[in-house]
Design a protein around this ligand. Structure first.
Ligand code: DQA
Length: 146
């Protein structure tokens, strides 16, 4: 089973970026957690971060035929991107949306996600563990659905 992990804009700054909200783990450390979890689950990961919406759209399009599912933290594009939502709908791959912070306890503009309506589900508020929980949930969904 092959899973594509996508990190959206500014997540490359984790560790120094608002640690009171996002925690002190760097993106490299989160990716290590994910690799460890993937090994436990027996799945292969490809991990990609971009600050550019179009690059993320292209990565989702190219996932078709190569990956079984997508784990994504769309970051700020969560709240703005119809293009990312349409890409997910277009390829039809199961998506689990993750957020480090609980977006529903934050500013009102973060309460709406364009992605959640096309996602299998969402994990938010558990810091780096949101990714591990999200990967577990995606793999469980894929294994149960097949
Ligand atoms: C985030 C929440 C978003 O609102 C924010 O724009 C991010 C990170 C999170 O992981 O908590 O960049 O997706």
């Amino acid at each position: 089973m092959h899973i594509l992990v996508l990190h959206g804009p500014n997540l490359n700054l984790l560790g120094i970026r608002e640690p009171g909200i996002y925690g002190s783990l760097t993106l490299a450390q989160i990716n290590e957690l994910l690799d460890h979890e993937a090994a436990q689950l027996g799945v292969a990961l490809k991990i990609f971060q971009s600050n550019h919406e179009g690059e993320l759209v292209t990565a989702i399009q190219q996932a078709l035929g190569t990956f079984d599912g997508i784990l994504m933290n769309p970051a700020a594009y969560t709240h703005t991107s119809i293009a990312l939502r349409d890409a997910v709908s277009a390829v039809g791959l199961p998506l689990v949306e993750v957020h480090l912070s609980n977006i529903y306890r934050r500013e009102p503009f973060r309460h709406h996600s364009y992605l959640s309506g096309v996602a299998v589900g969402q994990v938010a508020g558990f810091g780096g563990n949101s990714y591990r929980l999200g990967l577990w949930a995606l793999v469980d969904h894929l294994r149960t659905a097949q």
